[in-house]
Design a protein. Structure first.
Lengths: 239, 641
């Protein structure tokens, strides 16, 4: 088996004595899209924060392309090609749209052939006439487009999206998903957290189900959709 | 008019440089640098050493200062302050104040305390005339240099990739990290630039004001008002504000350079600072406040009885033995130290128990002392009335500060009280009719009813009783409902706020009570001192008091006693070296133990246990258990990005 893109092994994280993740193991093969599912407080966001270095795990390993990164600082992890778009508009509100996009190249330290701004506008035309505007003044959907555009422009090898559809109209969400699908098709590995479970599983190859900080189920996206464990994880064990 | 404007532009330009430095580090690292004036002074002295003492060419000494020494100092300070990044606001403020105290005590030791003139880095004699007004090369050069430095900084932040990264870090530190920006590196560069500005400001200011260790750090405080005008984030506004302040101050000189107007001139920056803080109120937002949880709240609980027993026993033994065995002058010093401890107790209640940093407690004590001297005076008869009046003055004054500024969070309350203390220094205590001028005021043989407190022994008993009464008052306050509320405010201000608005009232009441007690302590100090020099109650003494209490343990009654002990050491006729090095030692220790609410004694105890554990080869796990437990909770609760 080739080295997976990302591998979590027995990961445990706690916040001030409160266990948020216990013994989580997860694999993302190269070029695969993986959905992370579970109810509120199950530990989805914490998993992403641990991978991108924002929280330090108590124990366990995180390997990106075989390299241990659980003690690496966030900016280094980002430079290695892991892009985390956090929950709730991952943009710099006080910077202009263009500046936000230009930040994509900061971590990589190299310029791409097509200027990032041009590339982003091609992907999300509504951003085109807002380049000089402060990002904080954009609408919710546009802010999320900007966050995605910047993440895409950084040319990540692993893209982690946390609730990208939160607070957006279904029509806007659909547009974003089209864009995500396009990028996924180019072979970028992805780890998704998404409230629209069906949409997420439609996009994903595999899914993992978290409940109270533990992985309770995993499998093929189609199988998960059909199975009971998913509903149980969201609605409680009674089902 | 024009000469005054030129002069104002010149002075304003220097403060503008300092404001930029203060705002830059606050914006990028969330650390308000109280020590900025200290840095500026230190670097100005270094320049003087290089150029005027070692006779290095200016072409060597200036680049050496700006490009080597200042950046190194900046990196060192950044390193010190970064370790405090996850600490609560009060710890950060204390560390910054400790650093200020470090510079003010370190510089006289290294460079000598006597003032020196410093020649301009521009041609000292050249000048030219603009429509009838003589402009010296120093003035013109300063203005040009500052405008160039400001423009360069602005351009760097606005148009360079690094500038965008800096603004990204300011906007959202975590997110910046997620897209590959090294926030620590950005912070380092900000500190380097700010320290270079401090060096420039220090040199330019020293040319104007000479190298004087006890003046320079305070002059740099002028830059705090413009910094607040820019709400600690807006560089151009801070720059413009500083220039405007300089011009206003200078134009005022046209209308009088003596008496009250002159004093007002020196006070306008502090007045502006206070007014701006109050006017902005809740619109001032602390950078990165989300990570600033108050750490290590200490619960006294069952220890109270033990404290009371031990303290009572010590008091009885000390009270019977000491006055009989020690000489009269030592007993007098002890009395004074205990009166000082009474004032120190108010710092424990305010800082240790409510997490509010007041830099004005000695000013309140000064009110008490001055009022006591005026009313009781040489006959001493009306001392109880004096105490009453002192309380009646200090309580309304404290409400005047407290009502607008208690809505502010830690840093801004500290700034507001500092501004108040500086105003008291400049306008009230320095007034000859109030403060008694150079000769000071006299208070002999205060009488309370039939008791006369003329001898050192009688003063010893008076202050001792006062200290014990205050200590028990504080304990009572702590254990009752008020204390529980204070604990809530200190542990979780937001959670406490959701439980009802009365907390503001509680905080205000405590603030006023502390002001009243401090003024009584001041009146006692006045009795023990006999001759009152208001300079002993100025803002620098409030700072020294705070640092001494932090060192002794700001959450403990014994912390106040420790501060009294520090004062005693300074009063006793010891070797001169002790008096020289003690403030430096305190400053360094404060920086090291600021995170520990129980101060140096606690840290020493930990170290001792650690050493003994190593000696007895205990198992590693046991060693780890002895580490301070407060460290871990600070990082614990992180918000989502």
């Amino acid at each position: 088996m080739p080295t997976p893109l990302l591998e979590l092994e027995g990961l445990s994280v706690s916040y001030g004595g409160m266990r948020a993740l216990s013994d989580v193991s997860l694999v993302i093969p190269e070029g695969c899209v993986v959905a992370l599912l579970g109810a509120n407080g199950a530990g989805k966001t914490t998993t992403l924060r641990a991978i991108s270095g924002l929280v330090r795990p108590d124990s366990g390993r995180i390997r990106f392309r075989g390299r241990s990164i659980e003690r690496t600082s966030p900016h280094r992890i980002a430079s290695m090609g892991v892009m985390h778009v956090p929950e709730g508009r991952g943009i710099f509100r006080s910077l202009t749209v263009a500046e936000n996009l230009e930040m994509a190249e900061y971590g990589r330290g190299e310029k791409s052939d097509v200027p990032v701004v041009e590339q982003a506008v091609a992907q999300f035309p509504p951003l085109g006439n807002r380049l000089r505007q402060l990002a904080g003044t954009l609408s919710g959907g546009e802010q999320q487009m900007l966050a995605l555009a910047r993440a895409f422009a950084a040319k990540p090898q692993l893209l982690m999206l946390d609730e990208i559809s939160m607070g957006l109209a279904p029509l806007v969400t659909e547009k974003l998903f089209v864009a995500i699908r396009e990028v996924a098709a180019t072979g970028v590995g992805m780890l998704l957290i998404e409230q629209y479970v069906d949409a997420a599983l439609g996009l994903a190859d595999y899914g993992y189900v978290l409940e109270k900080g533990r992985i309770v189920d995993m499998g093929d996206a189609g199988d998960l959709r059909a199975g009971d464990a998913l509903a149980a994880a969201y609605l409680g064990a009674a089902l | 008019m024009l000469p005054y404007i030129v002069l104002g532009l010149f002075a304003g330009a220097i403060y503008a440089l300092a404001s930029l430095g203060v705002v830059l580090t606050y914006r990028t690292t969330g650390f308000f640098n109280f020590a900025y004036g200290g840095e500026a002074m230190f670097l100005a002295y270094v320049f003087w050493q290089l150029r005027d003492r070692w006779h290095l060419s200016q072409w060597i000494s200036i680049p050496l200062l700006l490009l080597v020494i200042a950046p190194i100092l900046g990196l060192i300070l950044e390193g010190v302050f970064r370790t405090m990044a996850s600490r609560s606001a009060d710890v950060q403020i204390v560390v910054a104040l400790g650093t200020l105290a470090f510079f003010t005590s370190f510089v006289p030791i290294v460079f000598g305390g006597t003032p020196h003139p410093l020649q301009s880095i521009f041609s000292p004699t050249a000048s030219f005339t603009v429509s009838g007004t003589i402009v010296t090369a120093n003035q013109a050069g300063t203005i040009v240099l500052v405008v160039a430095a400001g423009a360069l900084l602005f351009a760097l932040l606005r148009w360079s990739r690094f500038g965008t990264a800096t603004r990204a870090v300011v906007d959202n530190r975590d997110l910046a990290g997620l897209i590959g920006v090294n926030a620590n590196r950005v912070g380092q560069v900000a500190w380097i630039i700010a320290t270079m500005f401090a060096a420039l400001a220090g040199v330019l200011l020293s040319v104007q004001e000479n190298l004087v260790t006890y003046v320079l750090p305070f002059l740099v405080l002028y830059s705090f008002a413009p910094a607040i005008l820019g709400r600690l984030t807006n560089l151009p506004l801070a720059f413009a504000g500083a220039i405007a302040l300089g011009v206003i101050n200078s134009v005022l000189q046209k209308y009088g350079s003596a008496g009250f107007v002159a004093k007002l001139e020196g006070s306008i920056p502090y007045l502006a600072l206070f007014v701006l803080l109050v006017a902005y109120g809740k619109r001032l937002v602390e950078v990165r406040s989300s990570v600033r949880l108050i750490t290590g709240a200490h619960v006294i609980g069952d220890n109270t009885k033990r404290y009371a027993l031990v303290g009572g026993a010590l008091a009885v033994i000390g009270g019977t033995v000491l006055p009989q065995t020690l000489g009269a002058s030592t007993v007098g010093d002890l009395a004074q130290a205990m009166a000082y401890a009474v004032v120190a107790l108010t710092v424990v209640v305010l800082t240790g128990w409510t997490g509010q940093i007041s830099l004005a407690q000695m000013s309140f004590a000064g009110i008490g002392a001055v009022v006591a001297a005026h009313i009781a005076g040489t006959h001493g008869g009306l001392f109880p009335l004096a105490i009453l009046v002192a309380v009646l003055i200090s309580v309304p004054v404290s409400l005047l500060i407290g009502i607008p500024s208690l809505r502010l969070s830690g840093l801004f309350l500290a700034l507001a009280t500092m501004a108040f203390a500086l105003l008291m220094d400049n306008l009230v205590f320095s007034s000859n009719s109030i403060g008694g001028g150079l000769t000071g005021l006299n208070l002999t043989a205060a009488k309370i009813g039939p008791l006369r407190f003329e001898s050192a022994q009688s003063q010893f008993y008076l202050c001792g009783v006062a200290l014990i009464v205050t200590a028990f008052g504080a304990l009572w306050l702590r254990q009752g409902p008020v204390g529980r509320r204070l604990q809530m405010v200190r542990d979780a201000p937001d959670a406490a706020a959701t439980l009802g608005a009365s907390l503001t009232l509680t905080k205000l009441a405590v603030f006023a009570a502390c002001a009243a007690v401090a003024s009584i302590g001041g009146a006692l100090l006045a009795i023990t001192q006999g001759t009152i020099a208001p300079v002993n109650f100025d803002s620098s003494h409030s700072l020294a008091l705070l640092l001494a209490v932090v060192l002794g343990g700001r959450s403990l009654i014994s912390g106040a006693v420790f501060a009294g002990g520090v004062q005693l050491v300074q009063l006793l006729p010891l070797n001169a070296n002790v008096h020289t090095y003690l403030p430096l030692g305190i400053a360094v220790s404060v920086i090291m133990v600021a995170r520990e609410p129980e101060g140096l004694p606690r840290v020493s105890l930990q170290q001792l246990r650690y050493c003994s554990a190593v000696l007895y080869r205990r198992r590693m796990r046991e060693l780890l258990r002895l580490r301070p437990t407060t460290a871990r909770t600070a990082h614990a609760v992180g918000s989502n990005v």
